[in-house]
Write a protein that binds this ligand. Structure first.
Ligand code: PLP
Length: 379
């Protein structure tokens, strides 16, 4: 028995999603490109799944392209997004708190001569739309802004950014890393005004190894992966029918229960924040208002890795920052310019629809015990 509070890192696969994958892999296991009937059935399955994902996203099925993960979707959007307009300019705008899947391709483009502006957040992890307006230039070709930050849970002003781009008249495309926002905050790509939007399966109770990129209809995005011409020639590679079926099942279920799930997570987030501030002296909530599944807190003076290990020994699992950082200080928490003791003690608590009241009780108890039993490491 354990209590899992690391749903921003990954989520448990829904049995329905696993069942859909099993059926696709053991029954409809043909190659969707094969012309005979058995291949056609696999192609029909992929089409049905694309429709389900499109419905959950609130877009048309022709606008959904399956990829291998959120990272691939982000890389594709950025690398190919700038390719589209390369003759018009070489300036990109993004934020300092994006996931590495966005920051790394941006850094690579910088090495190739592109200029990148990294917008920095305020103390609550928020970007002011005025910063975007001020950074936009005639030669800005791409703006990449995440919808929900994976460590802070802040909801970024993507819609306002789309408006600013439109107002400025510059030809920039707008990409949104929607990996932590999909099924966690209500939106459609059209409402946001984005051209490209990335999602990932394993954050919504589908397996790892599947993602998708929304590409606005009419946008001639060049492919990142070339080959046999699958995904309308934009993303080659034999379709991963099992993962695609699981993603569709998880998206369908997630969409059906979204309203109730969001309420549940928001209630747990609020209760956890209130109880932890009351029962763990010195603990501070870092972001008051954000997406319902992420609660960043800090225990100033304590080393978060020590707290994470203490909790882990008691069957409570949470993260000291994004799981992708593996022990290195998080660039996201660092961007908040917190005093060092607050930075060192930062923890990310993340919920899912499956998180229970008993889980929250166990977390509060364990953190209160950590506070009493562990020694602060003043530095
Ligand atoms: N973008 C954000 C905001 C994420 O949180 C993650 C995963 O942690 C990714 C992108 C990468 O997604 P994937 O793990 O599917 O490559």
């Amino acid at each position: 028995m354990f209590h899992y509070f690391d749903n921003a890192a990954t989520t448990q696969v829904r049995p329905e999603a696993a069942q859909a994958a099993l059926e696709a892999m053991t029954q409809q296991w043909g190659n969707p490109s094969s012309v005979y009937q058995f291949g056609g059935r696999a192609a029909a399955l992929v089409k049905d799944c694309r429709r389900d994902v499109a419905q959950a996203l609130g877009c048309q099925l022709e606008e959904v392209y399956f990829t291998s993960c959120g990272t691939e979707s982000d890389n594709w959007a950025i690398r190919s997004g700038v390719e589209l307009n390369r003759r018009k300019g070489r300036h990109i705008i993004t934020t300092a708190i994006e996931h590495a899947a966005v920051l790394e391709p941006c850094r690579e483009l910088e090495r190739q001569g592109w200029e990148v502006t990294y917008l920095t957040p305020d103390k609550q992890g928020q970007i002011d739309p005025a910063q975007v307006e001020a950074a936009l230039r005639e030669d800005t070709m791409l703006v990449s802004m995440m919808l929900v930050n994976n460590e802070l849970g802040t909801i970024l002003p993507v819609k306002e950014t789309a408006r600013a781009i439109q107002k400025s008249g510059c030809p920039a495309l707008l990409h949104c890393d929607g990996v932590q926002g999909f099924l966690k905050v209500p939106f459609t790509p059209k409402e946001l005004g984005v051209d490209l939007l990335s999602i990932s399966g394993h954050k919504i109770h589908a397996p790892k190894g599947i993602g998708a990129l929304y590409v606005k209809k009419g946008l001639k995005l060049p492919p990142l992966i070339r080959g046999g011409g699958q995904e309308s020639g934009l993303r080659s590679g034999t379709e991963a029918t099992g993962q695609i079926a699981a993603l569709a099942a998880a998206a369908r279920l997630g969409r059906a229960t979204m309203e109730a799930d969001l309420k549940h997570m928001a209630r747990l987030r609020e209760e956890t924040a209130a109880r932890l501030t009351q029962q763990v002296p010195g603990l501070k909530v870092l972001v008051e208002h954000g997406a319902p599944h992420i609660l960043p807190v800090t225990m100033p003076g304590y080393k978060s890795e020590v707290v994470v290990r203490y909790l882990s020994d008691r069957g409570v699992f949470l993260s000291s920052g994004s799981a992708c950082h593996k022990g290195k200080p998080s660039h996201v928490f660092a961007a908040l310019k917190l005093p060092k003791p607050e930075l060192d003690g930062a923890l990310r608590i993340s919920f899912s629809a499956d998180t229970s009241q008993e889980d929250v009780d166990a977390l509060v108890q364990a953190l209160a015990a950590a506070k009493q039993e562990l020694f602060p490491t003043m530095s």
